[in-house]
Each structure stands twice: as structure tokens, then as C-alpha cells.
Design a protein. Structure first.
Length: 315
């Protein structure tokens, strides 16, 4: 059956609003198992060239998985990018129906690449890591409150902190078991854990939230993470280069690995010291080392090689 065109789906907690590019009619489906199944049946009868949805913090996941399983090409895009596009067309109003139409138009004009379907292990790791981040944020807040809390409040805080520490410990164990249960993921993790500076949580983050690792070239992987410097030039003015966009959660973990790496990883330490000696600001040197670390990890995963003294001596 021939693909018909671009389809936009505005995702809300309870609804999926569906619109074809160039058409005013908008269909609505419930955002639950029955509604997603009905949407898949409808699109099977009239398959689109590509489906475009926004990342909505998880409400889109069930629909994306079902559409991908049905063999449809699905592109999940940044909501801010779509909003800027809408403003560029002069469309300032915002409703669910208008958003669906704008997503279809955005797809038709910008033609975003479809997202590859993550495997079950990557999806589970991503969910576990998201929950771990939530618990760590709560733990940090409770620790900060403990110092200024009155004596009668502190026992409750200590009890809560103990519970949080136990929950984080349990998630760490499940992360290790999930990686060990999948041979392909375990092979990637073995390569990554061999790199000085990369610990178990950074490893789980890279294999769970950066499944493209080892499949892209060094420029593409740096841009995907958000550690590639971007130009800011205009006329005769040459602005400073800054990083922008990318996967914030992966980048945060990569930063922590780099902090450790410039102490324990001789390759990163030489890179950091050389840049600082040339007068580069600390943050610039750190970002450069982050980029070097992710490109090294990308090449090692691609080749299936572990860290070696020969690699440490190279530059």
C-alpha cells in the first residue's frame, strides 16, 4: 500500500490528536491501549510516509512503540523546535488540533529522520535511570534541608534519607542485572567499563540512553550528545563557539566521568593539561575532554576493543 503523506500526532496525557499535512480534519484517539490500537488499524488502511510526534516526557512512548511495531517510520522531535517553526510561519495560536496540524507541516517541510526502535533492554535501562535520577534529586534536597531543620524534624529526614539510599542501591543492583542479562549490552558495558573514568552508572547511561554509540562517526556522536562546538558568527564578527542541545542526561553523566578521567585517565589528563597550558578556560577544556571521551568510547564500542596501555599512550 502506498504511503499517503506526512502525519502529525499531538500527544497529551489522555488524547492523541492526528492530522495529515495540508488537511484541516483532525481525528482524536484516546491515549491508552485501546486508542493506540485503533490508531494503528486506521493507519494500516492509509499508511503515512512518516509520523511526527513531540517528546512529551513519556506520554508518547506507548504510541511510538505501537507504530514502530506496525512498521511505520516515526520521528520524535523536540517540542521547542516545532514551536519555533510555528512562530516562523506566523501561527501563534495553540490548541491540540492546531499542534497536530503544525507537526504534520513541520514533518513535511523539515523531514526529520525517523527514530530507530530501541530494544527492550535499552527501554528498561532508560526507565531505571530516570527513576534513579529522581531519587538522587530528592536525596540531595533532603540532605540540604537536614542542616537547617529543627531537631524534631531531623529524625524523619534521617529515616527518609535511609529509605532513599536503600532504593538507589536496589536500582543499582537491577541495572547491573539488566545489563548482565543481555549479551549485546553486556559486551558494550565491558568495553565502556574498561575506560578509566567511566563507572557503572555512566556505563548504564551510555548503553541505555545512547544506543547509537558505536554506529555513528565521531562528529555525529558528539553532536548527538551535545558536546560539539557550534559557530556563532555574523558579518565581520566571529563569536565564541558554544555547545547547545543534545541529550542532557547523557551529557551530565559524561561530565562526571570526565572529572574522574582527567585524574585517572592519562589520555584525558594530557588533553586537559595541554588546553589549560594554552590558556583555555577550565570549562572549555572540560568540554573538549568530554568530546574526546565520547569519541573514544564510540570508536571502542564500534571496534569491540577494550582499553589498553597502547591506547593510553596515543594522542
Amino acid at each position: 500500500m502506498t504511503a499517503q503523506g506526512w502525519l502529525g500526532i499531538d500527544v497529551a496525557k489522555h488524547w492523541l490528536d492526528v492530522a495529515w499535512a495540508g488537511e484541516r480534519t483532525v481525528q482524536r484517539f484516546t491515549n491508552d491501549a485501546a486508542g493506540v490500537a485503533a490508531l494503528v488499524v486506521t493507519l494500516h488502511e492509509q499508511p503515512p510516509q512518516r509520523v511526527v510526534l513531540e517528546a512529551t516526557g513519556g506520554h508518547e512512548r506507548a504510541a511510538v512503540r505501537a507504530l514502530q511495531r506496525a512498521g511505520l517510520a516515526v520521528a520524535v522531535v523536540n517540542p521547542l523546535q516545532v514551536r519555533h517553526f510555528a512562530r516562523s510561519t506566523g501561527k501563534l495560536a495553540k490548541t491540540d488540533a492546531l499542534d497536530a496540524q503544525m507537526l504534520a507541516l513541520f514533518g513535511e517541510r523539515m523531514q526529520p529522520e525517523p527514530r530507530p526502535q530501541p530494544d527492550a533492554t535499552s527501554q528498561e535501562l532508560a526507565s531505571l535511570l530516570a527513576r534513579r535520577r529522581q531519587l538522587v534529586e530528592i536525596q540531595t534536597g533532603e540532605r540540604n534541608r537536614r542542616a537547617t531543620s529543627p531537631p524534631r524534624v531531623r529524625p524523619g529526614l534521617e529515616e527518609h534519607l535511609g529509605w532513599l539510599a536503600n532504593q538507589i542501591k536496589q536500582i543499582d543492583q537491577v541495572l547491573r542485572e539488566t545489563i548482565a542479562d543481555d549479551p549485546v549490552t553486556q559486551a558494550k558495558a565491558t568495553v565502556l567499563r574498561s575506560i578509566p573514568g567511566i563507572g557503572p552508572i555512566v556505563t548504564a547511561t551510555l548503553v541505555g540512553q545512547l544506543p547509537e554509540l558505536g554506529t555513528l562517526d565521531r562528529r555525529q556522536i558528539a553532536a548527538l550528545v551535545g558536546v560539539a562546538p557550534l559557530n556563532r558568527d555574523s558579518g565581520q564578527r566571529s563569536g565564541g563557539r558554544h555547545i547547545w542541545g543534545g541529550r542532557g542526561g547523557v551529557r551530565a553523566m559524561l561530565y562526571m566521568a570526565t572529572v574522574s578521567g582527567i585524574v585517572h585517565n592519562p589520555l584525558l589528563k594530557r588533553c586537559y593539561d595541554r588546553l589549560c597550558a594554552r590558556g583555555k578556560p577550565t570549562k572549555v577544556a572540560m568540554v573538549a575532554c568530554m568530546r574526546k571521551l565520547v569519541t573514544i568510547a564510540n570508536a571502542m564500542v564500534r571496534d569491540g576493543t577494550v582499553w589498553s596501555p597502547q591506547l593510553a599512550a596515543s594522542d
